[in-house]
Each structure stands twice: as C-alpha cells, then as structure tokens.
Design a protein around this ligand. Structure first.
Ligand SMILES: [Zn+2]
Length: 420
C-alpha cells in the first residue's frame, strides 16, 4: 500500500516509526529499527499489515542461514525492482515494520523472520512465498523446541495454503512442517511446495520422525522414516559442484564472495525463491556475487600480514558449517557464555571438532577453558591465548580463520574496529 492509500492512523504510525528510528540512530543507539517499529506498532497494531499490503513479499525463516539467505534473495529479486529488507537482528515484527516504513513504497520485500514469529508474520504480511531453511537446536536447553517449532510452522502454513513454500528437502523436520497433515505419502509433493537440497551436516535433531515417532534412517542424500511414509522428497533445486541445478535441469555456475558449500545452498534457496516471483536464474545468478560480508560475518581484515576472516557460529549446526567454510589454515576459536550465547556450554560436546585436527588451533574467550576440555577429549591440540593480538602474533603471516559464538564474535569485531 502506498502512503497515500493508508488509513490515517497507519500513516501517523509509519511516520512516527521512521522518526523514532532516526532519533535512535542519531543518539548512537544502533540503527533504531527495533525501537522505531515498536513505537509504530503501539500506535497502530495493524501497521505491519498496512505496510505489507500491495507488496509482493518473501519471508525467510529457519534456525541457521536466514540472514545470509535473505541478503542473497534480496539481490536476486532485485532483478525486478526495488526490494525492502530488514537489517541484521531486526527479525521480529517490530523490525519488519520499521524496515517497510523506512523503505517507503517498494514493489517487493524480502524479510528475515525469527522462527518463533513465523505464524504471526505470515498472518500480518500475507506473503507470496515463504522459505523454510532448517530447524535445529539453538542452545542445549532449547532442544525440545525443534519438534514444537515444526508443529507451529505446520499449523501456520495450513491456514495459508495459498502461500508458495520453498523448503529444504534434506531436513525431515522442515519437510514434515511444509507437508499438509494427513497421509505423508499423498502429501509429500503438494503443488504449492518447491523443494531444494542444500545438503545438511547436522542430523542430531532429526533422528525421530515427527509424524509417528519411529526412527529416521539415512543413506547418502536420502532419508526415510522406518514407520510411516515420510521420506525425502525429490528436490527441484540442487547444489551441484560450484553451481545450482534448476528445475529444468539447467546448471548455473554460482560465483559467491561468501565461503563454503553452505552458502552455495543459501544461493540455491535464493534462486528458488526469486523464481517464485518470475525471476529467471540466468538473470539472477550474477547478482548473487555482489553480496559480501553479512553483518560482519565473513568479513576479511588485513593486519600485520595476516588475512583475518570472521565466521560466526552460534549453535552446534553452525559450528559444523563453519568448519566446512574455513580454509585449512590456523584457526582461532572464541567462546563466551553471556546471556545472548546461552549460559550453558555443554553443547560443546555436541560438536565434533575432529575436522580441526592438523590445523594450528588457538582458543580464547570467557569460556576458553570449557573449550579446552572439549578439544582435549576430541584429541585436537590447541594453544590458549589471552587476547586477539596474542592470537595474531602466534600465527604465521597468511590466513587466520576466526570462529566465534555470538558475543565473542562481537568482541572481536569491536577489537578489530579499534586496530584498523
Ligand atoms: Zn514416521
């Protein structure tokens, strides 16, 4: 809906939301997108719906990869025209509201959605397409939420059968959530769902079938339930070598500035979502290369002859992905356990650190000693360093990979901002 067509209350709310965001930015309190949206929604609780009307919207949700996939999807959909999108971290309704108010009238929007808010945001934005990436435990104390989240997603999607769904065929929880209730054998290829395969390294949250409780078996890429008809659907979009196969069987080379097979998978998802808007992969693929670092992730900084690359790993699944993205080079691991990270570090024992054997491994952070115990049990030799500067001095010139969890990542970013 353009500003002119919005109800008066929505217009006022939208304008106040923009002003509050600008004031918050001016006061040096982040980019203001959360507070601006929050105030706007207080004035008009339907503001997100008003701002969404008239736009073709894609929502991107899942435990991991949603920020990057949102960036890549925005770039791909940008072939068609201006795209509104939310800034990093502002992935709840207040952030969406602020993003749309700030962007003004755009024909398209691609919004990253916190997985807990998907039902609410579906309701408010009436999107054209929803991308479902994966569901895994975020922190150990939240492990039970995986099955519950799949249930919430499924219930929400059942109420919106007109919405196109682009979903990960490799994640049993996602397949189940995207498949309407009933006989999974009939439901496995619902016409409104497009499946992609991005590969999945983390399987520990999907050994039990969400439909019947039986064991899920795997062989190669395939998985199936031993007790019912739930199984891996045939994906239409597939990562192959350094590119993506589209549903017609055409292969597109994908040249990203982002590392790892994980990001090729995110690119496949972005192309699949853009295709739902009518974007041809051949037109979108070159635009994916413009995405560089995402909120500081994958950022590369040169200091004292070291090329330092930052990788964020916030939960067990994303640690495995980070090992895959990192070059075979000296690697600094940093772990904190402050509020945003979760206070319990026992999840370290869910992660197999064996891929780091043979690399020079350094550890630091508030909870470096927890990491030390884990690496010792895992037979990965390591060296403890007190500061980031010590780490830089301890490695030879060349690449230094840094893998850190949330607040440790922020600490290192702040330290790098001071030195460069
Ligand atoms: Zn089953």
């Amino acid at each position: 809906m353009t500003d002119a067509k919005m109800p008066l209350r929505a217009k006022v709310a939208s304008s106040v939301s923009r002003t509050a965001a600008a004031l918050s930015r001016a006061a040096g309190r982040g980019d203001g997108s959360v507070i601006g949206g929050w105030i706007g929604l207080k004035i008009d609780p339907d503001l997100l719906a008003h701002l969404s009307a008239g736009r073709a919207i894609a929502l991107v949700s899942g435990t991991n990869g949603k920020t990057t996939t949102t960036r890549l999807t925005s770039a791909a959909v940008g072939v068609l025209g201006r795209v509104a999108t939310n800034s990093f971290g502002a992935n709840m309704p207040s952030g969406h509201t602020s993003a749309l108010a700030k962007a003004g009238s755009t024909p398209y929007a691609v919004l990253e959605v916190d997985e807990h808010y998907l039902a609410q945001v579906l309701e408010a934005t009436e999107p054209h397409v929803v991308a479902l990436l994966n569901l895994s435990r975020d922190q150990l104390d939240r492990a039970k939420e995986v099955a519950m989240m799949a249930q919430l997603w499924r219930a929400a999607l059942v109420r919106h059968t007109n919405v196109r769904v682009v979903a990960n065929a490799d994640d049993p929880m996602v397949v189940w959530a995207a498949t309407p209730p009933g006989d999974p054998a009939r439901g496995i290829n619902p016409p409104h769902v497009t499946w992609f395969s991005a590969g999945q390294r983390w399987h520990d949250d999907s050994w039990v079938c969400p439909e019947c409780g039986s064991t899920i078996q795997r062989s190669g890429d395939q998985w199936w339930c031993t007790g019912c008809a739930l199984r891996r659907p045939e994906p239409q979009w597939v990562v192959e070598d350094e590119g993506v196969l589209d549903p017609t069987g055409a292969w597109h080379k994908v040249s990203l500035q982002l590392p790892g097979k994980v990001n090729l998978g995110n690119a496949a998802t972005a192309l699949a979502v853009a295709a739902e808007f009518g974007v041809r992969p051949v037109d979108a693929v070159s635009r994916l290369g413009i995405v560089t670092s995402v909120a500081g992730r994958y950022a590369q900084v040169d200091k004292d002859g070291r090329n330092i690359r930052l990788l964020l790993a916030k939960n067990p699944a994303s640690w495995l992905e980070a090992f895959d993205m990192a070059d075979n080079a000296p690697t600094l691991l940093s772990i904190n356990a402050r509020d945003p990270d979760g206070l319990d570090t026992s999840w370290l024992f869910d992660v197999d650190f064996a891929p780091l054997r043979g690399r020079q491994v350094l550890i630091t952070g508030d909870r470096a000693y927890d990491l030390a115990v884990r690496l010792d049990v895992n037979d990965v030799p390591f060296q403890h360093v007190r500061t980031f500067d010590d780490a830089i001095r301890s490695v030879p010139p060349g690449r230094l990979e840094v893998i850190a969890n949330y607040t440790a990542f922020q600490d290192i970013r702040a330290e790098l901002d001071r030195v460069i």
